[in-house]
Design a binder for this molecule. Structure first.
Ligand SMILES: [Zn+2]
Ligand SMILES: [Zn+2]
Length: 669
């Protein structure tokens, strides 16, 4: 089942080796008495480390501390590393796997007849799939009882004992316990094993009264789990096969301290609250329907926000020399053959047929822009040519990978393509970066820059790559910009600069990109007439700052938790008449503010004012304008700001001016 090979071990002992050597992370050599277990190695380094140790890594493979370490395959001293609480994810994975066993032990005790299947550690926690006995079910309400039982197993500090047993013995054990899933797993291990490496034994892990079929590794004992929590219940088919039994999957997580657990749960809670798929409908912006998977339906307010971004791209692009173009949706397969998509990207495209010709809907704008460039003659005098197009794109993403606005099939990029001479690259890239910073500033977002250089697989001479990488570096350095280098991470057709942000939940998102491309100009045979009257090859730069408008809106909603800057808020102000006799005045205020360019609503329901305020707060509307007798007489509005509450009264004119200024200056706060 793993690298453990008793035969090789006994040979080593027979050779009379009473000690063994290992290489420490520092490079020093450590000599340990046989039998060399992880415990022995940790103790030889220091008693403090021996106490803190959770497991040991030998040549990249993790072993239980109690196991005798296998001999090094190379004959050289193996590289070791002791895993402790401070080892990060690897350490957490160990105790989360431990917690999965403790969970299974507990449900077996609390739900006699339960059948257990598999329980691995996963990113940020663990799960265990179980089949509950007939007539029982399990919900969040049962968690406290199960957690209490788990705590007993943890407080008892049960040692995890590994034992390698014959397949026959393991089958006997799990058959007697009527653990059918374990029996099936063992039988499959045997029948799926290659002929040259038959499976004759399996490993079992015991903690307290509980035995599980398991590869390991585990921490020494249950008490290493310092804080844990069961989180949710879901259904999961046995082996992911919808024709098999539906099992109950219980998710949980574990940490080395209560504080870390709490911080984690808090982050999850905020992520749930900030989920753009929840906020979209709540703010009246967009929704999804199974009639068009992976494609948002934009409600009027959402469409206005979307259009604000398109407007912003246009407004900022025009003075920077971008000219907007429009290219088709559907192209003959010949275009995709020229671009290379037909060979390399076809399964991600929606393909269709008409009059016995094959067409595909564009997944990106670049080939269309190359075709457009080709359709006119270009002289060096008019370069750089900068096309922009908020074009509609479709990509055939697998339905299982779709995720709100962040992973879609239908979207629009704020796409731009620059065709320029090689000498112009540096200025053009600097121009793209300036454009990017000016854009991100409007959202109060800082970006990190990453320069990705030549990959192994690439086209073009080294000399060409030297020049293009230098042009990107110079563009960055001439502006004194900090950047990280991702060696070998460039596209096969050229190096690129990517722009990343960290959101309010600490997650990293790529926003913009600026890529040099020598490939498309070659494939499409793009040329310009030089001063020498000869035809020359231009260089192409692909750039997008938002990535796609959809994705950017999704990221901003999550980053701001739905509290978008005023200029971008779907509804910027809502007028709240205190009673029916103020509705007419409220309608007048709404009209005046709409006239001033704002997105405004009136809440004329016959609800109490406190109810209206609460609902507007939930919708995260930046300004609530309360109007009653006093305001009506004075021609004023009582201004409440989201989260801040009452900020005093203003005349309608003064408030309209203030709001219009926030909108036209695209103020961040
Ligand atoms: Zn296990
Ligand atoms: Zn492109």
């Amino acid at each position: 089942m793993d690298q453990y090979d008793p035969a090789a071990m006994s040979e080593a002992s027979a050779a009379g080796a009473a000690t063994r050597q290992f290489t420490l992370p520092s490079g020093d050599i450590l000599t340990v008495q046989e039998p060399a277990t992880g415990h022995a190695v940790a103790a030889a380094i220091g008693s403090g480390l021996a106490r803190a140790a959770l497991a040991i890594k030998l040549d990249g493979v993790t072993y239980d501390l109690a196991r005798e370490l296998p001999p090094s395959a190379s004959g050289q001293p193996g590289r070791i590393e002791i895993i402790t609480e401070r080892s990060g994810e690897e350490a957490l994975e160990l105790i989360r796997h431990d917690a999965a066993h403790v969970f299974a032990a507990s449900v077996l005790e609390l739900y006699p007849g339960v059948k257990i299947s598999i329980g691995p550690p996963i990113e940020s926690g663990f799960y265990y799939d179980i089949e509950l006995p007939d007539g029982t079910n399990l919900s969040d309400a049962d968690f406290p009882r199960i957690e209490a039982r788990m705590r007993e197993h943890i407080n008892a500090d049960e040692t995890f004992v590994r034992e390698d047993v014959s397949v026959e013995r393991a089958l006997e054990l799990f058959t007697a316990q009527q653990q059918d899933y374990k029996v099936e797993l063992i039988n499959d291990l045997v029948s799926n094993a290659p002929a040259e490496a038959p499976v004759t034994s399996v490993s079992l892990y015991t903690n307290g009264p509980f035995v599980d079929l398991c590869r390991g590794p585990h921490a020494p004992s249950t008490k290493r789990i310092k804080a844990f929590k069961l989180q949710s219940v879901a259904g999961a088919y046995w082996r992911g096969d919808s024709s098999r039994q539906m099992l109950t999957r219980v998710y949980g997580t574990a940490f080395f301290s209560k504080q870390e657990l709490e911080e984690h749960l808090e982050r999850l809670e905020r992520a749930r609250a900030n989920d753009h798929r929840r906020l979209g409908p709540l703010l009246g912006m967009f929704g999804f329907s199974e009639t068009a998977p992976g494609s948002a339906f934009w409600f009027p307010r959402g469409t206005e926000v979307f259009n604000e971004l398109v407007k912003l791209s246009r407004e900022m692009g025009r003075p920077r020399g971008y000219t907007e173009v429009k290219t088709p949706q559907l192209f003959d397969s010949s275009l995709w053959k020229t671009s290379g998509h037909w060979d390399k990207y076809r399964e991600n495209m929606f393909v269709t047929e008409a009059e016995e010709r094959q067409f595909a809907i564009k997944p990106m704008n670049c080939p269309g822009h190359c075709q457009l460039y080709l359709m006119q003659r270009h002289s060096y005098r008019e370069l750089p040519v900068r096309y922009s197009e908020p074009g509609l794109l479709h990509r055939n993403e697998a339905s299982g990978t779709l995720h709100g606005l962040l992973r879609v099939r239908h979207f629009s990029q704020d796409d731009g393509h620059i065709f320029c001479t090689e000498e112009q690259i540096q200025d053009e890239v600097a121009g793209v970066l300036e454009f990017a910073f000016a854009t991100y500033r409007l959202f109060g977002v800082d970006v990190r820059l990453e320069l990705s250089t030549r990959p192994e697989q690439r086209i073009g001479s080294d000399e060409l790559w030297d020049r293009s990488e230098a042009a990107l570096r110079n563009a960055l350095e001439s502006r004194g910009l900090q950047y990280a280098v991702n060696e070998g991470d460039g596209a096969f057709y050229g190096p690129k600069i990517d722009m990343h942000m960290t959101d309010s939940l600490g997650r990293s998102w790529q926003l913009g990109t600026c890529q040099l491309d020598y490939n498309f100009p070659e494939r499409f045979d793009l040329t310009y007439t030089g001063p020498d009257n000869q035809e020359h090859r231009p260089v192409m730069i692909h750039r997008a700052l938002f990535g796609s408008y959809e994705r950017f809106i999704g990221i901003m909603l999550e980053h701001f938790g739905g509290e978008l800057p005023v200029w971008l808020a779907p509804t910027q102000a809502i007028v709240l008449p205190i009673s029916d006799r103020h509705v007419e005045y409220a309608a007048g205020v709404t009209a005046a503010l709409t006239e001033a360019g704002a997105r405004v609503e009136t809440d004329d329901r016959t609800e109490s004012i406190s109810r209206k305020i609460r609902d507007a707060e939930l919708r995260k509307i930046p300004f609530m304008l309360v109007v009653g007798d006093r305001e009506q007489e004075a021609g004023e509005v009582g201004v409440r700001e989201h989260r801040r509450g009452d900020v005093g009264s203003l005349s309608v004119t003064a408030f309209a001016q203030r709001l219009a200024e926030l909108i036209t200056t695209r103020a961040t706060a």
